[in-house]
Design a protein around this ligand. Structure first.
Ligand code: DAH
Length: 353
């Protein structure tokens, strides 16, 4: 009887090893473990043997039974996994743009140049310890104007420039608008952290303007701010020059002029020589040979106060990089309107996916 059992064990293991379909494994299960299966037969036949033999055979038969059960479960599990793997193999999609597809004339996409430049700028600033922040497109007067030291009668509030949102219930000072610049994030950034800190905030701004080669109603800027102790104008100039050098991979000609922005004092306009016409004059630089690219300055004490920072203790600089203009200079794009045209022939000229 004991021999019969060990033969049964071998026989079972060989049969199980040769199976790879779920139905066959289930059949094998009932053949051995079913009510009328081989193991049950043995267990039933135990009643006819002498008690001595029964004492050794009984536990052995039960042990084999539970072994078989485990082996069957393991086998079923591994079949499940291979069925899933087969399915995954079948549904695999080749997303590489093969020569075969090119021959079929399929159109090849590319990253938008704005994306390429934004990633590049973010990497440069991250390497200099800046955080990258984001903020809402819909703002109220406080963040867009008041907190930035722009009083109620400032020309930037002119109906011509600002897209106001209709909101009959809003209180005075809380009227909503589409942000006219990314400087709003200066305030949001300051209110959320304690000095020292430095961050940039790339994003879209909106102005109700007539469009031309260098103006769009929807355009991109990149705001930057650094606040700490004893920050100087030379720190500001150093950062601005480093950025431009890293982006253009060469020394570009820059000029610094005084500029007025209510949120900085002193304020500057940092222009670069127009790279479209190499300084000769064209529609992008309005025939001047220079492009206003990086307005900047030392943060006005009133602005620090709006951000909850004591101007007696801390100071800092801020800048508003005209990132669409930067994209145009870097890639020699002669009209800002191409950026928003949605024309895939334009996009596909840049780095491909
Ligand atoms: N917000 C200004 C604009 O859109 C640009 C600007 C100027 C941002 C000077 C600044 C700055 O942070 O310091 O015209």
């Amino acid at each position: 009887m004991l021999e019969k059992l060990s033969e049964l064990e071998k026989e079972f293991e060989t049969s199980l090893g040769s199976l790879d379909a779920q139905a066959d494994v289930l059949n094998l299960k009932s053949l051995y473990l079913g009510k009328k299966g081989k193991i049950s037969e043995i267990l039933k036949s135990l009643k006819d043997v002498d008690p001595e033999t029964r004492r050794t055979l009984g536990p052995k038969a039960n042990e084999i039974k539970s072994n078989f059960q485990t082996l069957i479960n393991n086998k079923l599990d591994s079949i499940d996994i291979s069925v899933i793997n087969e399915k995954l193999k079948e549904s695999r999609i080749d997303i590489t743009f093969t020569d075969d597809l090119k021959e079929k004339g399929l159109f090849h996409g590319g990253y938008h140049p704005r994306t390429l430049v934004q990633r590049e700028i973010e990497d440069i600033f991250l390497s200099m310890g800046f955080e990258v922040l984001d903020g809402p497109h819909i703002e109220d007067e406080f963040y867009n104007f008041e907190a930035l030291n722009i009083p109620g009668d400032h020309p930037a509030r002119d109906m011509q420039d600002t897209f106001w949102l209709e909101d009959p219930d809003s209180e005075e000072g809380k009227k909503h608008l589409l942000r006219t610049h990314t400087s709003t994030i200066q305030i949001r950034g300051m209110l959320e952290r304690k000095p020292p800190f430095r961050f940039i905030a790339p994003g879209t701004a909106f102005r109700c303007e007539r469009t031309d080669a260098s103006h769009e109603m929807v355009f991109n800027q990149l705001e930057g701010m650094m606040v700490g102790k004893n920050i100087s104008v030379s720190n500001l100039i150093y950062f601005m020059k480093t950025i431009l050098k890293e982006i253009f991979k060469t020394d570009v000609k820059v000029r610094l002029r005084p500029g007025f922005f209510p949120f900085v004092e002193p304020g500057f306009e940092l222009d670069i020589e127009c790279l479209i016409c190499k300084g000769k004059g064209c529609s992008v630089c309005k025939q001047s040979g220079w492009v206003e690219l990086l307005p900047c300055g030392m943060v006005h004490p009133n602005v620090l106060k709006s951000g909850g920072i004591d101007p007696e203790e801390y100071n800092g600089f801020a800048f508003g990089l005209g990132s669409d203009r930067l994209v145009m200079m870097k890639y020699g794009i002669e009209d800002i309107r191409h950026l928003q045209s949605g024309d895939l022939r334009f996009n596909s000229q840049f780095e491909s996916y």
